[in-house]
Design a protein around this ligand. Structure first.
Ligand code: PLP
Length: 412
């Protein structure tokens, strides 16, 4: 008989085994730690799904959201309407943008941001008289969320399974091969290619750092062929890339035409995303007479904007960009020795507060995650057996060392 215990259908899960084994129920978080329903504490290796950048349990964010919700929870961001705090947040984000003068289009999360960018790229080319530029290009290993455009652009084959072709005009090139982008543009024709979507670090596809010079090279290829460069910074944004930078696009001077963000914008306290639009792309839409029929009921939600404001306050006041930079060095130092374990084939580290411990046998990924839990670490496998290490920026030096030794014990 099929076991169907519990009412909650989990995302990205084999519900057969979740029903049989029971869920892992998390009840509390503080700093870089979480607690389960039995009161056991775990180091949070992943900051949830790469988002709790300022750490768990920040009452300051909760207080800001409460104050906003009791004043004005939300109204509408369509037409000429906005909440005062949403307007102020857009100005604050524009001041941090890698491209000066960027416009900010708010969404409810990363998948919304990606599909907004996909539609905006195509609509932009229509507005400037090149409607035949419709092809969107992603990369092998890429993850761009779960809406139709993002799923179509993903380079994780299993994420396409069972849907047929969701979006025509989606192409894929090698994640680490700038020449394959050039080859595709030459084959399809620059007059048909609208945009190239690029995660500065491949995240959910297994945590792969860009080869030296890769980002600059693909950026230049896009410039040379009039293809919009879309930096998907849902993971890397708001400090996670290290280098004391708000965005990978700033650290690597990518000058993206469009930049998608979410997660670290609010540190996940409330769902929110934002697309940063370079002035050249926004211009046709600001010329008068163009009505872009796109937007989300909760885009720029006032309560979420309050969370984002408080989150940015914390990052600035506590110097958390520098803490992410500290983690870049510390993670590399403590994780590299794990490559000597039989269970580990490679450690990918050294760029931002993001690393991966690659299991030699990807089929053992769930066993490894379970072993880590027994050793007091809440972790997760991405891609093909890559243990994702992306802690909150407030994880202390001692906790980073403890994290590595617990993972080492779990994998030994
Ligand atoms: N883009 C990237 C690079 C991501 O890593 C993710 C989520 O992990 C998304 C988009 C989708 O974000 P969300 O899950 O908030 O819709």
């Amino acid at each position: 008989m099929v076991t169907m215990a519990g009412s909650l259908w989990h995302g990205f899960a084999d519900m057969g085994s979740v029903s049989t084994d029971g869920p892992f129920v998390v009840t509390r978080g503080e700093g870089a730690r979480i607690w389960d329903a039995q009161g056991n504490s775990y180091l949070d290796a992943t900051a949830g799904l790469w988002f709790t950048n300022v750490g768990h349990g920040r009452t300051e964010i909760a207080d800001a959201v409460r104050a906003q919700l009791t004043t004005l929870a939300h109204y509408s961001g369509f037409g000429d309407l906005t909440a005062d705090i949403t307007d102020a947040l857009a100005d604050r984000l524009a001041a941090l943008a890698p491209v000066p003068g960027s416009k900010i289009f708010f969404t409810s999360g990363g998948s919304d941001s990606v599909d907004t960018a996909a539609k905006l790229a195509r609509r932009y080319w229509t507005e400037v008289g090149k409607p035949e530029k419709t092809v969107l290009v992603g990369r092998t290993k890429a993850y761009h969320g779960m809406h139709v455009a993002g799923t179509s652009l993903a380079g994780i084959p299993a994420n396409h399974d069972g849907y047929g072709q969701l979006m025509p005009d989606a192409e894929s090139v090698g994640w680490d091969d700038a020449k394959s982008l050039l080859g595709l543009i030459e084959r399809v024709g620059a007059d048909r290619v609208a945009a190239f979507f690029c995660e500065p670090i491949i995240g959910a596809g297994g945590v792969y750092l860009p080869p030296e010079g890769y980002l600059a090279e693909v950026r230049q290829i896009c410039r040379d062929h009039d293809v919009l460069f879309v930096a998907d910074e849902v993971v890397t944004g708001f400090g996670r890339i290290g280098g004391d930078s708000w965005f990978a696009s700033s650290r690597f001077d990518l000058q993206p035409d469009l930049m998608t963000t979410a997660k670290g914008l609010t540190s996940g306290y409330v769902p929110m995303g934002a697309v940063f639009v370079a002035p050249r792309i926004a211009e046709p839409f600001y010329a008068g007479g163009v009505w872009w029929r796109h937007g989300y009921t909760y885009g720029g939600h006032a309560g979420a904007a309050a969370a984002a404001m408080a989150n940015l306050d914390i990052i600035e006041r506590e110097g958390l960009l520098a803490e992410a930079t500290r983690l870049e060095t510390e993670l590399a130092t403590v994780l590299r020795p794990l490559a000597d374990l039989d269970a580990v084939s490679e450690v990918r580290t050294g760029l931002g507060a993001v690393s991966a411990v690659q299991l030699a046998d990807p089929a053992r990924a769930q066993d490894a995650v379970a072993a880590m839990r027994r050793h007091g670490v809440s972790g997760r496998a991405a891609g093909q057996g890559a243990l994702q290490i992306s802690p909150a920026f407030v994880m202390s030096t001692a906790e980073v060392g403890d994290l590595a030794s617990r993972i080492g014990d779990a994998l030994s």
